[in-house]
Design a protein around this ligand. Structure first.
Ligand code: CTP
Ligand code: CA
Length: 224
């Protein structure tokens, strides 16, 4: 790394990391979002930069940007899609740790919605699946997806690995204490294309990120 003068394991590697929740507007003052903080993705970006990678972080999160990392601000799923696709060609690795909204309000009101008598029904439409699109159009990029689940982790993670043509899925059980969105720790299982599965114990998100970076560097050597 830069500090020690020793070469990092991702020296010269171009990486895109997405992190945190997206925000889907309904009117000028209201939006839909989710509980993702962005901490996991920011930790990945930080560890990757420390290992010499050229990191572009695409996020709506307000966390402190790690040293040496470039950012593009992307608020909605559509903004994130545009930012990632515009930069995907020149990336060697794309890590999709963002919790992208699956749905957005079908209509965005220009003016504040005024309350009416009775219930409100909001119609939602699907957003684009960025990882799926990356998998479909992929050439040389090493694709890493995340999967937050509350049940059947193995089954859903393997399905995401295949359906999205990813090289690696990092799954976590968000119903488990110490894992998931807001905290500083995580418990993840890494699924790779070759069928291997690595369960990591509870550790800090920085340590999880360090493990992931090592796994990715190793796996990239194999496919190159
Ligand atoms: N993802 C994405 N674009 C979306 C939705 C998800 O790129 N519109 C990515 C996420 O960033 C993550 C992976 O796909 O890397 C899995 O996301 P997840 O929400 O766990 O899975 P989904 O495919 O959306 O399925 P579901 O939410 O129904 O479990
Ligand atoms: Ca989803």
């Amino acid at each position: 790394s830069m500090d020690s003068g020793k070469k990092g394991i991702l020296e010269g590697v171009k990486m895109i990391v997405t992190a945190g929740a997206t925000k889907e507007k309904m009117d000028p003052i209201r939006y839909f979002t989710n509980r993702s903080s962005g901490k996991m993705g920011f930790a990945v970006a930080e560890q990757a930069a420390k290992e010499g990678a050229d990191v572009l972080l695409v996020t709506n999160s307000q966390l402190e940007v790690p040293k040496g990392v470039r950012t593009i601000h992307a608020e909605s799923a559509e903004d994130m899609y545009q930012a990632v696709m515009a930069n995907a060609n020149e990336a060697d690795v794309i890590i999709k740790s963002a919790a992208v909204a699956d749905y957005r309000p079908k209509k965005i009101y220009d003016q504040k919605m005024k309350k009416q008598e009775g219930d409100l029904i909001v119609e939602f439409e699907r957003t684009k699946d960025i990882l799926m699109e990356l998998g479909r159009t992929k050439e040389h990029q090493f694709l890493v997806g995340f999967a937050a689940e509350t049940e059947n982790i193995d089954h859903y993670a393997q399905k995401k690995l295949q359906n999205k043509n990813a090289d690696m899925i990092v799954a976590n059980d968000v119903s488990h204490e110490g894992a998931g969105f807001q905290g500083d720790t995580n418990i993840v299982t890494i699924y790779k294309k070759d069928g291997s599965k690595t369960e990591l114990p509870l550790m800090s998100k920085q340590d999880v990120a360090h493990h992931l970076i090592k796994e990715i560097a190793e796996a990239m050597k194999e496919v190159r």
